[in-house]
Design a protein around this ligand. Structure first.
Ligand SMILES: Nc1nc2c(ncn2[C@@H]2O[C@H](COP(=O)(O)OP(=O)(O)OP(=O)(O)O)[C@@H](O)[C@H]2O)c(=O)[nH]1
Ligand SMILES: [Zn+2]
Length: 306
């Protein structure tokens, strides 16, 4: 039988079948990936084959289907060990705000670079619309145009009064979506408004403390009433920047990617080279200065900017 992993504790996995049954499964054998060693062989979002154990309500995972993408977290101090957090994501949403606390453009750009590197389409949700002054609305319009012009859809919502929540519901329908965001942007409020029947925090804590293993939860997917799943994993709220070769960084900025073939040198770093198409576009105003600054900041390894 085939199913989708909807919950992972590291030793047990909840597998959901196409007809909605949920079966606790363990793993038999080893599933190896080519490039990295992982501490967990499968993760939420994985499609697996499983068999029922004899005389049991539990199953055994026997095969892992090819992933279209996955996100990992590196184990600290163990350079090659990594934990797979989630697989087969259709999209990654970053919840941001321009009011208490304002999300910086640098933070947004790091998230977008990471999503590009993971090959996950990214979208931006500007929350707390109800708090914006006229000046705030102007800044919002500027931000939206920066990101929409380079292909990232933007939404403006209020989790508090429900403005445009229907647009987000439409966006999530039948998709597996990762939610990220700085603490305080209203991510939990937004998710709770999308899952009206469930209080996320209460749900997670009570469900896991029953089994006495809430500290070992890796990740969980929540099914949406209209179809689709959301992943909200405590440790990956910001989808931190992964290791990217400097030479590759420009590929993860869509507006640079589409121009870099026109640079005079094919190993152009787009910093001070003559005949650089990226610098030319920057001077013409076709590339936003804030985006280019983020490129330089990541290029030079200034990881401090939040
Ligand atoms: N005015 C306004 N306040 C909001 C909105 N959404 C969330 N808030 C408030 O912002 C604060 C943070 O909301 P949370 O949903 O806890 O934010 P979070 O991003 O999940 O933050 P952590 O729980 O720290 O990760 C709370 O006081 C919410 O009531 C909104 O649309 N408008
Ligand atoms: Zn260049």
């Amino acid at each position: 039988m085939q199913g989708l992993i909807t919950k992972s504790t590291g030793s047990w996995y909840q597998v959901q079948t196409p007809d909605g049954q949920r079966i606790d499964c363990r793993i038999k054998g080893k599933f190896r990936m080519k490039d990295i060693t992982t501490t967990n062989p499968v993760a939420v979002g994985d499609i697996v084959d499983f068999e029922m154990e004899p005389d049991s309500e539990n199953g055994v995972i026997t095969n892992l289907h090819q992933r279209k993408n996955y996100i990992i977290r590196k184990a600290i101090n163990l350079s090659k060990q990594a934990q797979i957090i989630a697989a087969n994501l259709d999209q990654a949403l970053l919840v941001v705000t321009l009011a208490s606390p304002r999300t910086s453009l640098g933070f947004i750009d790091r998230f977008l670079v990471t999503a590009e590197a993971y090959d996950i389409p990214a979208r931006l949700i500007f929350n707390k619309l109800d708090l914006f002054s006229d000046e705030g609305l102007e800044i919002l319009a500027d931000y939206k145009s920066i990101y929409e012009n380079i292909g990232y859809p933007c939404f403006e919502v209020s989790a508090l009064d429900g403005t445009n929540i229907d647009q987000v519901q439409e966006l999530l329908k039948d998709k597996v979506t990762l939610f990220s965001g700085h603490s305080g942007v209203g991510k939990s409020s937004l998710i709770n408004s999308l899952l009206p029947s469930l209080d996320l925090r209460t749900h997670m804590v009570s469900e896991w403390s029953d089994k006495g293993m809430h500290t070992t939860t890796f990740a969980e997917m929540f099914e949406l009433p209209q179809g689709g799943f959301i992943i909200d994993t405590p440790g990956i709220r910001e989808l931190g920047v992964i290791d990217i070769e400097k030479q590759e960084l420009g590929h993860f900025f869509p507006e640079m990617r589409e121009r870099m073939n026109e640079c005079r040198f094919n190993n152009c770093r787009h910093i001070n080279e003559p005949g650089c198409a990226v610098l030319e576009a920057l001077e013409n105003g076709e590339i936003e200065l804030s985006r280019y600054e983020s490129y330089l900041s990541i290029y030079h390894g200034n990881d401090t900017r939040a």
